[in-house]
Design a protein around this ligand. Structure first.
Ligand code: NAP
Length: 253
């Protein structure tokens, strides 16, 4: 698969860190980066995750100078974050809580973890792009009176604490945190807000992200200009083109 490195802010040998690398999307993102010719990838995964499959992928591609390593740790540990972000030019931050346990759990594993990662990356000074993976769930159609279509023109949920969805709350806070680091501290970031991502390994649509059948007041537009069904991982590879800094991007899955 050809990659035009001239148009990117990183070359094939620059270090790319992927968090949540053993997860549904993260694993495919790592595959795609390798397919695209990136040769230096650090895959952050919790020891509890499905690390075996990721290790097999990395070992299988570790030839001809390709460095793909699995870094086992927990983003709640500042030390792990410091070690993992060393020399990273791009961070694809996918690790997150699914929001199924509690708000505290979602906050810890989506927001506190992100803060740890950002602080660690800033220590090293090598970061050229932080790609924060958020979610379509940050939008609200509560005040739409007709059709109640939920798409990227919808406003961001202003009171996520009242919505009763730990996942939405954590993602809104994550976006605020990343934007604040961008505005106040000059963090070069992009926020990606995928819709539902499905495919082998995740065939169902979970109930925690306010999609209801089309006959309900909630409607979700998958074919809007920015939201198209694509294979998992495909959209994120291009998030470090020149000029995309500071954008929020919506992506379907
Ligand atoms: N799938 C979708 O439809 C969808 C839609 C919109 C946005 N997103 C976002 O896209 C990203 C990836 O989604 P996904 O479907 O691939 O989720 P996933 O399969 O649940 O992967 C998330 C990964 O994050 C890891 N993680 C959680 N807490 C961590 C911590 N404290 N330290 C290190 N790693 C931690 C998990 O590790 P363990 O394996 O150990 O639990 C898991 O591997 C997430 O940010 C998600 O919110 C997904």
């Amino acid at each position: 698969m050809h990659t035009d490195f001239e148009s990117l802010i990183v070359g094939p040998n620059d270090l790319i860190l992927v968090t949540g690398a053993s997860g549904f999307i993260g694993f495919r993102l790592v595959e795609r980066l390798l397919d695209r010719g990136f040769r230096n990838i650090r895959c952050f995964a919790r020891p509890s995750g499905k690390v075996g499959k990721l290790e097999s992928l990395c070992e299988g591609r570790a030839r001809d100078g390709v460095r793909a390593e699995v870094f086992q740790g927990n983003l709640l540990s500042r030390e792990d974050c410091t070690s993992a972000t060393k020399d990273a030019a791009v961070i694809f931050h996918l690790a997150a809580a699914r929001g199924e346990k509690s708000t505290a759990n979602a906050f810890l594993n989506s927001v506190v973890t992100t803060r740890n990662l950002l602080d660690a990356a800033r220590e090293h000074g090598s970061l050229r792009r932080f790609v924060g993976i958020s979610s379509f769930s940050v939008y609200s159609n509560q005040h739409k009176t007709r059709r109640r279509l939920l798409d990227e023109s919808s406003p961001i949920e202003s009171h996520p604490e009242l919505r009763g969805e730990a996942y939405c709350f954590a993602k809104v806070k994550l976006d605020e945190l990343v934007s604040e680091y961008g505005q106040k501290l000059g963090l070069p970031y992009v926020i990606v807000r995928p819709g539902y991502v499905y495919g082998p390994g995740n065939l169902g649509i979970s109930g925690n992200r306010h999609v209801r059948p089309v006959s309900s007041p909630w409607r979700f537009q998958h074919d809007s200009p920015h939201v198209r069904r694509q294979l998992p991982g495909r959209h994120y590879v291009g998030r470090f083109e020149e000029g995309s800094r500071g954008q929020c991007v919506q992506r379907g899955g």
